[in-house]
Ligand binder design. Structure first.
Ligand SMILES: Cc1ncc(COP(=O)(O)O)c(C=O)c1O
Length: 416
């Protein structure tokens, strides 16, 4: 069976799909606007909907499915742990948390791990740790610290995080906001140096801005951020929640620039596409500022998540996913760049992660996303006219070629 044969391009909307969408509409808060695809099962890079129609997943849950849907090694670890122990209060120890923290700290070249659940929680935790470090170590006066962030950042949706977002939809009606943040243009290291003062405790940055459209900074930026943070005694916090864990061809995107941040924020793929598992990873002089009672989470570091996280770290240590991302990423970017002038205006990214700007004359990113879904390829639009391609790293070269063929076809249709 060829890839094309495996996708039923004649599929019509079924009553099963319509019913599922109607239930969502009726009972689920409308804080998302999903494509009309109702997933029922998935394996590797493919999702099957309730009608039995298959789609190539080129979004991978924003990097949470880096290792593929239901990766057999991760599922086996999850099953084994489900049969032993799933959750204990952090009032007790479990035999899973220590080994996971050791493995992750070693992978990061750091001393300690603070496990949480969602990415936003890791960011919130990073902010708290930086403020506490500022108070206890740097000697910043109580309630007067600030953190420098980049314009067009995306770090999550909690109240503090949207306080320093530029996204009007994420902020409108949600104030009052948390003070203590200042924004500079992503890529402008001079502006960063100028924004730092005696009360600055951290610079919080995505090495590559995902939601902004997979924006890769100028080559000098991250090394300069590192140098400035060291010189000004400010923590460099890298939000690698979407960019990290092999997505760009390296374990951490920062590695592309030879940069080691003081604090890594990790999430998404850390939970292997099975559980919500995030972490703040740093040296003892940073994470050691937290004491019992100052921070926590009922599910943070639970045995099931820790067992899965250990497996994920083991898989990353082997390097095969980083290699796949590098090799297949070269293919993806070459093919996508070949569409420049045929409806594509620009292609950015690294590894198996591409932001593709569409000629606005052809329609919105959302419309093209719909056209691609009709052809059996799932992508996500962002910023109006940008599409993101970020398939699971287990995707094959043939599948990638097929996905880009579908994209070329959708563009051709749109040009007519
Ligand atoms: C860079 C980055 N940080 C943080 C988050 C928030 O993660 P979560 O949705 O798990 O809270 C995201 C989510 O897309 C992200 O891309």
């Amino acid at each position: 069976m060829t890839i094309l044969d495996s996708v039923d391009n004649q599929a019509t909307p079924s009553s099963a799909a319509a019913e599922a969408i109607a239930l969502d509409d009726r009972y689920v808060a409308h804080n998302y606007a999903p494509l009309p695809v109702v997933a029922a099962s998935a394996e590797g890079a493919w999702i099957t909907d309730v009608t039995g129609r298959r789609y190539l997943d080129c979004l991978a849950a924003y990097s949470a499915i880096n290792f593929g849907h239901r990766n057999p090694e991760i599922i086996a670890a999850a099953h084994a742990q489900l049969d032993r122990l799933t959750l204990v209060s952090r009032a007790f120890h479990s035999d899973r948390l220590g080994p996971f923290a050791q493995a992750l700290a070693t992978l990061c070249g750091k001393d300690m791990v603070l496990p949480m659940n969602s990415g936003a929680e890791a960011v919130e935790t990073g902010i708290k740790v930086a403020r506490k470090w500022g108070a206890d170590v740097k000697g910043v006066k109580a309630n007067s610290s600030n953190i420098v962030v980049a314009h067009n950042n995306f770090h999550g949706r909690t109240t503090t995080i949207i306080s320093f977002s530029d996204d009007a939809a994420a902020r409108r009606g949600f104030g009052p906001f948390t003070p203590g943040f200042r924004s500079i243009d992503f890529g402008d290291h001079q502006a960063l140096d100028d924004a730092i003062d005696a009360n600055t405790v951290a610079v919080l940055i995505e090495p590559i801005q995902g939601e902004a459209g997979v924006i890769v900074p100028p080559a000098a930026f991250l090394p300069r951020v590192r140098e400035i943070c060291t010189r000004r005694n400010v923590l460099m916090i890298a939000d690698e929640i979407q960019s990290g864990l092999a997505r760009t061809g390296r374990t951490f995107a920062c590695e592309h620039w030879g940069v080691v941040p003081d604090v890594y924020l990790l999430g998404k793929a850390l939970g292997g596409g099975v559980v919500a598992l995030s972490a703040v990873v740093a040296d003892r002089d940073v994470l050691g500022v937290l004491h019992p009672g100052e921070h926590g989470s009922t599910f943070g570091g639970n045995p099931l998540a820790a067992a899965i996280g250990s497996t994920v770290v083991g898989m990353l240590r082997r390097g095969e996913f980083q290699l796949r991302s590098t090799e297949l990423g070269t293919q993806l970017h070459e093919r996508l760049r070949g569409l420049i002038g045929q409806g594509v205006v620009a292609v950015r990214g690294m590894g198996l992660w591409a932001g593709v700007d569409i000629d606005p004359a052809l329609g919105t990113g959302k419309q093209l996303g719909m056209a691609l879904a009709e052809r059996g390829v799932l992508v996500k639009d962002t910023q109006g006219c940008t599409l993101r391609f970020a398939p699971p790293l287990v995707v094959t070269a043939d599948e990638l070629d097929w996905a880009v063929d579908q994209f070329a076809d959708a563009l051709m249709q749109a040009r007519r």
